[in-house]
Design a protein around this ligand. Structure first.
Ligand code: GLU
Length: 315
């Protein structure tokens, strides 16, 4: 499917009204609180930014609100790890299959042999991927990640939200357990605290919907930034990331989102969703109240309706 015109004019006409309708869905959700700092996010917030390959945009709601990327960052650390190590080295340590379990589950690590994480988007997989980022110290790895993310966002001065980072570092005992389990299984060779500091830092990078849309636009362009024509990611690695986004990007609602919206997407516990229409549009959404599957309640509602109305589904 090649979309020449993303029809932003048409979208601009109904978007504010549709956003307000979707905002009502926030009432059915809960803001994540297991990382204490995240519980401060406004429950009713909802914002969206859409950016096309010519640089035209449409936005509505709380699109200027900053939030942390959380699991959305896992897509891009996977890409950086692939660029640093190649496919074979990454998939020796991380699998390619959805789990059907919670994002922070340790269950399958014990049940299957070899005990490598099922995929790079669950915590065990993303923690392993963090360890594969090139750099001789955690600081160097984190600096390379931040630099890569800034480049993908078109030079936005992205920073780590230190309060969220500390909050997660202090309370992240489940991720610590996963880390030690991975060391025991021979999947991680580095110090758990060092790997987790890299992992927690990239989860705590703060962005807006506009930044998300800009990063997504590079994926929509198969790794080439349509606005600068710069090749930032090899096409093959976008293909891999895109496939994981379809099969496990929306936690255990990935199948449902593929059926209802039909777009590659990745959500995070802060309520962000990054998605894109290949060849046409990058999209960033935030709505902190999460549904029972852990995705932004209002954000999913808005994206599913938008995709159906604009006939964006890839399937
Ligand atoms: N930093 C979060 C954690 O590891 C990311 C979770 C998410 O957004 O899915 O718990």
């Amino acid at each position: 499917m090649i979309i020449e015109d993303a029809r932003l004019d048409e979208i601009r006409e109904f978007l504010p009204e549709w956003l307000e309708r979707s905002r009502q869905e926030a009432a059915a959700g809960e803001v994540a609180s297991y990382i204490p700092e995240l519980s401060k996010a406004p429950r009713e917030a909802l914002g969206i930014h859409l950016l096309d390959k010519h640089g035209d945009s449409a936005s509505a709601g709380d699109c200027g609100m900053a939030f942390t990327l959380q699991s959305i960052s896992k897509v891009f650390t996977l890409i950086l790890a692939l660029m640093d190590n190649g496919e074979d080295a990454v998939f020796e340590r991380v699998g390619m299959e959805p789990t059907g379990d919670n994002f922070n589950s340790m269950l399958k690590l014990e049940l299957v042999r070899p005990g490598i994480p099922f995929n790079p988007l669950i915590n065990a997989g993303a923690i392993t991927v963090s360890s594969l980022i090139r750099g001789s110290t955690p600081e160097e790895k984190s600096a390379r990640i931040l630099e890569f993310f800034r480049k993908l966002s078109g030079g936005s001065p992205l920073e780590v939200n230190e309060a969220v980072y500390r909050s997660e570092f202090e309370t992240g005992n489940l991720n610590r357990s996963i880390g030690y389990f991975l060391v025991e299984n021979g999947v991680l060779n580095d110090s758990v605290e060092d790997v987790l500091s890299v992992y927690f830092r990239h989860c705590s990078i703060e962005a807006t919907c506009r930044d998300l849309a800009r990063m997504a636009l590079v994926l929509a362009g198969d790794g080439t930034d349509p606005l600068s024509s710069e090749k930032l990611i090899p096409r093959r690695y976008v293909q891999i990331a895109k496939t994981f986004m379809i099969t496990c990007g929306m936690y255990n609602a990935s199948g449902e989102f593929a059926i209802k919206a039909g777009l590659p997407a990745k959500s995070g516990v802060s309520g962000g969703i990054l998605t894109f229409v290949p060849g046409a549009l990058g999209i960033g959404v935030v709505g902190p109240a999460l549904n029972a599957k852990g995705n932004s309640s209002a954000g999913v509602h808005l994206l599913e309706r938008l995709s159906q109305r604009m006939d964006w589904s890839l399937f």
